[in-house]
Design a binder for this molecule. Structure first.
Ligand SMILES: Nc1ncnc2c1ncn2[C@@H]1O[C@H](COP(=O)(O)OP(=O)(O)O)[C@@H](O)[C@H]1O
Ligand SMILES: Cc1ncc(COP(=O)(O)O)c(N)n1
Length: 276
C-alpha cells in the first residue's frame, strides 16, 4: 500500500483534555472508551489526577500548567486532532493554558463544563468558573452542561431548557446542549443561537451512570471528528451515552457503577487460533 493510501485508511483523531479517574468510570478513561466506540483514535492531555472510585473522590493532584502545555504541544504539533473535548479542568491557570493553545486553531471544540462529580466533590474550583466562561466558551463549537451545571453557570433556577440554553449562548458559547440524564427528564436540548432542538433519550433506571456526561461529550467530539453535523453528532451522543448506561456495571463498586460504552462484558481476549 502506498503511504498516501495507508494515510487515507487511518482513523479520524480526537483529543480529550481532562482528568484521570483512577476507578476507570469517568474522565479520560470514559472519553477514550467513547472515542474507541466511535472508531476514532483517541489522544489525551491529562490536567489532573483524581484518586477516585465509585463512592467518591478522595484526593486530586493537579498537573503543573507548564506540563499541560508540554502535552498540548506534543499532540498538536504531530497529531492534530479533527475535534477536541474538554472535561474536568480544575483550575484557572489550567484553563488559561488550554485556551492559549487552542485559540485561533479552528478545531471543533466540545466543552463539557464539569463542575461537581455526581458523588459530590468539586472538580472545578470556584475561582475557575469565570475563566471557563470568559476564556474557553468563546472558542467552543458547543458546550454540554447537564441541567444542574447549566443552572450554576447562568445563575438561573429554572428547569426550562430553552430559556437556560439561550442564557448559556448569551454567555459566549455559539451553541449549548443541555443534558439531563440524572433522574430528570430524559431530554437533551440543543440551541445553536437560531433554532431549538429537543432530543429525547431512552432512560434506564440503573445505578450505573458514573461517567455518562463524559461519554456523552466525548462521543459528540468523536462524531464531529468524523465529519457529522452538530445536530447529528448530538443525537448520536445521546444514544451512545444512553446505551453506555444500559451496559453500565451495576455492582462493580459500592457506589454508582461506571457506564460502559464498549460493553466489555461481551468481549474476551482472542484465542491463539484467532491470530493472524
Ligand atoms: N439513567 C439514564 N438512562 C439513559 N441515559 C442516561 C441516563 N443518565 C444519563 N444518560 C445519558 O447520559 C447523558 C449525560 O447525562 P447527564 O446526567 O445529563 O450528565 P452528567 O453525567 O454530566 O450528569 C444524557 O444525555 C443521556 O444521554
Ligand atoms: C476525572 C473526572 N472527570 C469527570 C467526572 C464527572 O463524572 P460524573 O458526573 O459521572 O461523576 C469525574 N467524576 N471525574
Amino acid at each position: 500500500m502506498s503511504s498516501t493510501a495507508a494515510a487515507a485508511a487511518l482513523p479520524a483523531r480526537a483529543l480529550t483534555i481532562a482528568s484521570s479517574d483512577s476507578g476507570g468510570g469517568a474522565g479520560i478513561q470514559a472519553d477514550l472508551k467513547a472515542f474507541a466506540r466511535c472508531g476514532v483514535h483517541g489522544m489525551s492531555v491529562i490536567v489532573a489526577l483524581t484518586a477516585q472510585n465509585t463512592t467518591g473522590v478522595s484526593a486530586i493532584h493537579e498537573c503543573p500548567p507548564r506540563f499541560v502545555a508540554d502535552q498540548l504541544e506534543a499532540v498538536l504539533t504531530d497529531l492534530p486532532p479533527a475535534a477536541i473535548k474538554t472535561g474536568m479542568l480544575l483550575s484557572a491557570p489550567i484553563i488559561t493554558t488550554v485556551a492559549n493553545h487552542l485559540a485561533g486553531k479552528g478545531i471543533p471544540l466540545v466543552i463539557d463544563p464539569v463542575m461537581v462529580a455526581s458523588s459530590g466533590s468539586r472538580l472545578l474550583r470556584e475561582d475557575a468558573v469565570a475563566a471557563l466562561i470568559e476564556e474557553l466558551f468563546p472558542l467552543a463549537t458547543v458546550i454540554t452542561p447537564n441541567l444542574m451545571e447549566a443552572q450554576a453557570l447562568t445563575g438561573l433556577g429554572t428547569e426550562n431548557r430553552a430559556e437556560i440554553a439561550e442564557a448559556l449562548v448569551a454567555l459566549g458559547a455559539p451553541a449549548a446542549l443541555v443534558t439531563g440524564g440524572h433522574g430528570i427528564d430524559p431530554i437533551d436540548h440543543l440551541y445553536d443561537g437560531r433554532a431549538h432542538l429537543e432530543m429525547p433519550v431512552t432512560r434506564y433506571p440503573l445505578a450505573a451512570t458514573h461517567g455518562a456526561g463524559c461519554t456523552h461529550s466525548a462521543t459528540l467530539a468523536a462524531c464531529l471528528a468524523r465529519g457529522m453535523d452538530l445536530a447529528g453528532a448530538a443525537r448520536t451522543a445521546g444514544t451512545v451515552a444512553s446505551e453506555a448506561v444500559r451496559c453500565g456495571l451495576v455492582g462493580l463498586g459500592a457506589g454508582d457503577g461506571p457506564v460502559d460504552a464498549l460493553d466489555v462484558r461481551r468481549l474476551s481476549p482472542p484465542t491463539l487460533t484467532d491470530r493472524h
